[in-house]
Design a protein around this ligand. Structure first.
Ligand code: MSP
Length: 649
């Protein structure tokens, strides 16, 4: 331990079972950095988590016919599994639905209010529901949300506002005095030109049109705006405003927040302003990494390439995927992902360069029975690899400290390629034929093993499962695989003993593999249906008959039905439930039903559900529908002879 702390975070993810390899990018990069810092001896805190509140989740839960809490519990379990699969070594996992976090958010909101930075007003503006973001007219692109390009809606309601405009000057000063506050540097110009220069407006930080959020303690019909809730995770996870953790003093301010470029705005404007208002120190750096794209645009699970991280890890192993992500794309820029580039990279760098170097170096110790003799015969030709190996750690460290993962890996692979060339130059298989050449052979082999040791140490953060396998094969124990030892040549004992192992990365046949990937994708799709059902069934715990009796189910007839404006998935139904008053219900079934397919039909409604407002329309109850397969929903229609209002039990 070097006595220093290092606090690093990923964004907290929206609960989604559609996380793709692009989503994994940030978390893998953060993990590599956390492991690197631990290797250097830092006391590291690596935080990740999930961002679970907001209208989007409320709607998704409703579509799935479960409560928002049930919905997020199910999806978050899948996200944790994915991070496990990718060997993510986070120290904490925060959920914004955790009690301690919600308690802190309420205190933070109140504190900002008491300090005069939050005030009550009326909101009129443009709101993007999928992004949960408010925009000013001037920020819209062709009238649409500048982030996702989807239409925005007019919204007006009583709301609390954060005095963001009061921080304009202080933010400019922050950027001027700390030119490295944002990386890469280009992001700073983007923020200043697009957001700061046009003038910051106060930010609407509460909502009354839905309830799935943290209630404002002093005005509970308001819930806290999701970004205020989400950004604060970086301090609530340390115990700020709660008793769950006690290391705010120790770790705050964060050394770096890793975030995707599209959420830089929130992290470099709103977040520092909130911290300034709370009189708290600011994070030292926000790194906005680029996006992984597919040819033709954004990444999504439905497009041509296989982007499902579980399939990719299953086929190539976790370390190959981790390596590829950080080697293929410069961290700060966008990159094009394709299955072909992934396989080509694995073959060239991992199967050929690294894998061959390790297996050849180890195999060639065989004439000595696996243990090197100690007599040596150095030659001038050795100097080049020795000097490359001796200086590698320093170059690597410089790149790592700058978050230039790609360059750090390029340096390691320069040594690996040069070492492979050294094998060709020294031809150990010829040396082995004549015992007189054995001192020279032992020298060459020792040099190879030392290069492998040094490269292996520096690869550890990127390939935490492969590095120990390398060390095992070259017989390097923990005392000579520490980070420090990568800077010293000659630590392997002169009589090193090797252990032949399996190939680290088998070579892949590109054409066959691309076809097999397609098949794996189709199989995963097929499997998804029962898995989804099982997961949903798995949520339910046993309830008593009394609990069931609390749910009042009634037969009702659809009298009229129409789409809810600006909400693609919602239909608004007027039902005759046997009472004198028509019952209005909003349901997320528009993807599967047009109004005319419903009008006149009888169905079952949950009659005693508390009213909710969905996209500005009040809903009194819920209609029953079944998950009829992947992405298919069927309303439960009932026999036409059952009278409206009949109880279902
Ligand atoms: N919940 C917010 C973050 C709140 S942080 C206080 C959010 N969540 S997200 O699930 O949409 O995105 C999580 C991260 O994944 C973001 O950093 C985002 O940039 C990243 N990525 C999503 N798709 C990506 C790619 N195709 N490529 C690289 N990163 C991508 O935003």
């Amino acid at each position: 331990m070097n006595g220093k702390t290092f606090y690093i975070t990923t964004p907290i993810y929206y609960p989604s079972d559609k996380l793709h390899i692009g989503h994994s990018y940030c978390t893998v990069a953060t993990d590599v950095m956390a492991r690197f810092k631990r290797l250097q001896g830092y006391d590291v805190l690596f935080l990740t988590g999930t961002d679970e509140h907001g209208q989007k989740i409320e709607l998704k839960a409703q579509e799935a016919g479960v409560t928002p809490q049930q919905y997020v519990d199910q999806v978050v379990a899948g996200i944790k599994e994915l991070w496990n699969l990718l060997n993510i070594s986070n120290d904490r996992f925060i959920r914004t639905t955790d009690d301690y976090h919600m308690e802190s958010i309420q205190k933070i909101f109140k504190e900002l209010y008491d300090r005069g930075y939050i005030y009550k007003g009326s909101y009129k503006g443009k709101y993007c529901t999928p992004c949960e973001a408010f925009w000013t007219e001037s920020q819209l692109v062709n009238g649409n949300c500048p982030d996702c390009g989807r239409p925005v809606v007019d919204a007006e309601e009583e709301a609390y506002f954060f005095k963001l405009s009061a921080f304009q000057e202080r933010l400019i000063k922050l950027y001027e005095e700390n030119p490295h506050f944002m990386e890469p540097q280009s992001r700073m110009n983007e923020m200043v030109n697009n957001f700061i220069k046009p003038g910051l407006e106060d930010l609407c930080v509460s909502r009354t049109s839905f309830t799935w959020g943290v209630p404002v303690t002093f005005d509970p019909k308001h819930v806290v705006y999701v970004w205020v809730d989400a950004l604060s995770n970086y301090i609530t996870a340390l115990g700020y405003g709660n008793d769950r953790y006690h290391d705010f003093e120790k770790y705050w301010p964060a050394d770096v927040h890793f975030v995707g470029k599209e959420i830089m705005r929130f992290h470099t404007i709103i977040w520092p302003a909130m911290l300034m208002a709370l009189d708290l120190p600011l994070p030292k750096k926000v790194y906005g990494h680029g996006w992984l794209l597919l040819e033709g645009g954004k990444m999504s699970k439905s497009k041509g390439n296989v982007v499902d991280p579980t399939i990719l890890v299953d086929r190539y192993g976790v370390d190959a995927i981790r390596y590829f992500l950080l080697r293929e794309f410069p961290f700060g820029s966008d990159g094009l992902f394709s299955n072909e580039s992934l396989i080509t990279r694995i073959n060239a760098d991992l199967a050929n360069d690294l894998g061959n170097l390790v297996s050849r170096s180890v195999a060639m110790v065989k004439p000595f029975g696996g243990t090197l003799p100690t007599e040596r015969q150095p030659e001038p030709i050795d100097e080049e690899i020795l000097s490359l190996a001796r200086t590698l750690k320093e170059k690597y460290e410089k790149h790592m400290e700058e978050y230039a993962f790609q360059n750090a890996l390029i340096e390691i692979f320069k040594l690996i390629s040069r070492t492979n060339k050294y094998i060709d130059e020294t031809a150990p298989w010829t040396l082995s034929k004549d015992p007189a050449n054995h001192p020279r052979l032992a020298t060459v082999l020792y040099n190879l093993l030392e290069c492998v040791r040094i490269a292996g140490i520096l690869l550890t953060p990127f390939m935490p499962s492969t590095a120990p396998r390398i060390f095992e094969q070259i017989g390097a124990g923990p005392e000579i695989t520490s980070y420090e030892s990568a800077g010293t040549w000659g630590l392997l004992p002169a009589n090193a003993t090797v252990h032949k192992g399996d190939a680290l990365f088998p070579r892949i046949d590109v054409a066959k593999e691309l076809a097999a990937l397609e098949a794996a994708k189709a199989a995963a799709k097929e499997k998804a249906t029962p898995a989804k059902k099982a997961a949903v069934e798995g949520i339910a715990s046993l309830i008593s008959i009394d609990d069931f009796a609390k749910v009042q189910l009634r037969v009702a007839q659809v009298k009229s039905c129409e789409p809810v404006k600006r909400a693609k998935k919602l239909l608004c139904l007027q039902l005759d439930d046997g009472t004198d008053t028509p019952r209005q219900v909003v349901s997320g079934i528009h993807p599967w039903y047009e109004p005319e397919q419903l009008i006149g039909k009888k169905l079952v409604v949950v009659a005693n559900l508390k009213p909710a407002t969905l996209c500005g329309v009040e809903s009194n109850g819920m209609i029953l529908a079944a998950d009829a397969g992947e992405n298919d929903v069927k309303v439960i229609f009932v026999d036409d002879t059952i009278p409206c209002g009949a109880t279902v039990r």
